[in-house]
Write a protein that binds this ligand. Structure first.
Ligand code: NGO
Length: 530
């Protein structure tokens, strides 16, 4: 018998062979089967499974939207697109309607009585129909994202859609859900390496799957200025013409930028623009000699040092420049905030720095926007409503909070997606340490520092700085699987979260990412589902 042979001579042969050949890979146990509910990231506030049959989605399933209102219909179309047949995106039909809802449909309803808050929703799946109810369109959109994660991953393939032979079941369940924090963000550094409009859109699509709602674009740094400013055209024609390593750089025209803002809006994501100042400004200084104290424009810079550049804080032209940039940026920005950077300034005294930040803050306020800055700005007198993005692990955010500021939690040792996973990760930096999945997930913004609680935290944001990140595939590699970890911290109540449970749900994302073509890092500690 096979087993006795393996136990006898066979085992000896196997041992002898293994001593001179490469060791056979260790067989990993197959991941335990997961029920469909165990795929949802971020984990919802409340999930009550029903014992009944599942709901069957097929090409004939109607999507009924009430009331018949443009933003809600758009969300219906998003769902219909996802589960539509290859024959055409309009099937299943999206019907805006009042009155009776036909049996077997998916009903999206905007309903003040749902009392779900600005972004919450209720999702009820029963054998004879699905209802997603929300007070606001954002909640409806997030309910659709949860339903999406309950559908089998193959619906994500562009070429494979439901047809008569391929209808699918979703489990009967009642979910009541809403976010812990209002700010669930990520940041792309498009300055060190420029990333195209299409790359940004792709990233927005992936963020939306995990209910993230802010994309911060780091639009200017020493190595490049990436947004067209009509009143200072050299910023892009010269300042946008290169990037780290000397590549051709690039920039967004106003139309490109408006396109990104609109694409994000349709996914309930607000674009948060950052123009970093007074440091990280070599691209601007190289584009306009008058912005330099000595009146001489430095050469363009394509290295990766920080701290060497600063706007000339004593010149009036500096503040006319900032005023023009902020005025133009404000007209392109539907959101409340403009980020003014403020990090890593080594060439100014503390007093000069604080005075500069206060003037820049006043300009932003004059143009009807609120200020965000990196945590150094707490050295200045902050206006009511100014938000501080905490990033330096060794600095407490408490001084900012003591000024009344709210915090965006971006501690570099937890949230920086440009940090390597392990010493072997080819891309990325390691100045803030290595960030594996557990490190990215197993922390809480309210307990990371003494003296803070949820009331002083606006939310959580995961930046991807791009000194080493040149391509979309690099962005995906660094963001997945850590971005969903940050998304869950920002959305789900702390007492619903555990690393072990998260890592199982994370492993279950693999088939969906494969269907979406995401270049994710197969972290060896996660049991990735096939
Ligand atoms: C720092 C620095 C950036 C770097 C990044 C790299 C902040 C706020 N300023 O974060 O210029 O690109 O680290 O991780």
């Amino acid at each position: 018998m096979k087993s006795s042979r393996v136990g006898g001579l066979g085992l000896l042969v196997a041992l002898a062979a293994s001593s001179c050949a490469r060791p056979a890979p260790i067989a990993r146990p197959a991941p335990p089967p997961l029920d469909a509910m165990h795929r949802v990231i971020p984990i919802p506030v409340s999930v009550v499974a029903s014992t009944g049959n599942s709901f069957v989605v097929g090409p004939a399933t109607a999507i009924v939207v009430t009331p018949d209102e443009a933003e809600a219909i758009e969300i219906g179309r998003f769902l219909s697109d996802l589960i539509g047949t290859a024959a055409g995106p309009e099937t299943p039909q999206v019907v805006g309607g009042e009155g009776t809802i036909p049996e077997g449909s998916i009903h999206l309803t905007l309903d003040a009585a749902a009392a779900t808050g600005d972004e919450g929703y209720e999702l009820e799946i029963a054998p004879n129909g699905v209802v997603i109810a929300a007070e606001q369109p954002a909640g409806l959109f997030y309910g659709v994202q949860t339903l999406r994660q309950l559908l089998p991953p193959f619906v994500e393939y562009d070429a494979v859609r439901l047809d008569a032979a391929r209808s699918v079941g979703v489990p009967a369940v009642t979910i009541v859900d809403g976010p812990r924090f209002a700010w669930r963000g990520s940041m792309l550094d498009v300055a060190r390496h420029f990333h195209s409009v299409d790359d940004v859109k792709r990233y927005l699509d992936l963020m939306a799957l995990y209910k993230m709602n802010r994309l911060h674009l780091h639009l200017a740094d020493d190595q490049g200025w990436r947004l067209e400013i009509a009143s200072w055209p050299n910023l892009t024609t010269h300042g946008g013409s290169t990037e780290v390593g000397g590549g051709p750089g690039g920039y967004y025209t106003r139309a490109d930028y408006a396109d990104i803002v609109e694409y994000a809006r349709r996914r309930f994501i607000t674009i948060v623009p950052e123009i970093d100042m007074p440091g990280h400004t070599n691209a601007a200084l190289a584009s306009y000699a008058e912005l330099n104290c000595d009146g001489v424009a430095p050469p363009l810079y394509t290295g990766t040092n920080v701290g060497f550049s600063t706007l000339c804080v004593d010149k009036d032209v500096t503040y006319r420049f900032i005023d023009d940039v902020v005025r133009e940026l404000a007209t392109l920005t539907p959101g409340d905030y403009i980020h003014i950077g403020g990090d890593e300034v080594e060439r100014l005294s503390e007093a000069e720095y604080a005075a500069f930040i206060e003037r820049a803050q006043a300009i932003v306020l004059r143009h009807g926007k609120q200020v965000i800055g990196w945590d150094e700005i707490a050295h200045a007198q902050l206006a009511p409503g100014t938000v501080v993005q905490h990033w330096r692990p060794r600095e407490s955010p408490v001084p900012a909070i003591a000024q009344g500021a709210k915090i965006i939690a971006s501690s570099a040792d937890r949230t920086y997606l440009d940090m390597k996973y392990t010493p072997q990760t080819p891309l990325g930096l390691s100045w803030a340490g290595f960030i594996d999945v557990r490190t990215a997930y197993a922390w809480d913004p309210a307990t990371l520092y003494d003296g803070i609680d949820d009331s002083s935290i606006l939310g959580v944001e995961a930046p991807i700085w791009s000194e080493t990140i040149a391509h979309l595939s690099d962005i995906e590699r660094m963001a997945f699987p850590r971005l969903p970890a940050i998304a869950e911290i920002a959305w789900s109540p702390e007492d619903r979260r555990s690393y072990d449970d998260f890592s199982r749900r994370l492993g279950a994302q693999a088939p969906r990412w494969s269907a979406l073509g995401v270049n994710y890092y197969r972290a060896p500690e996660i049991l990735w589902e096939r």
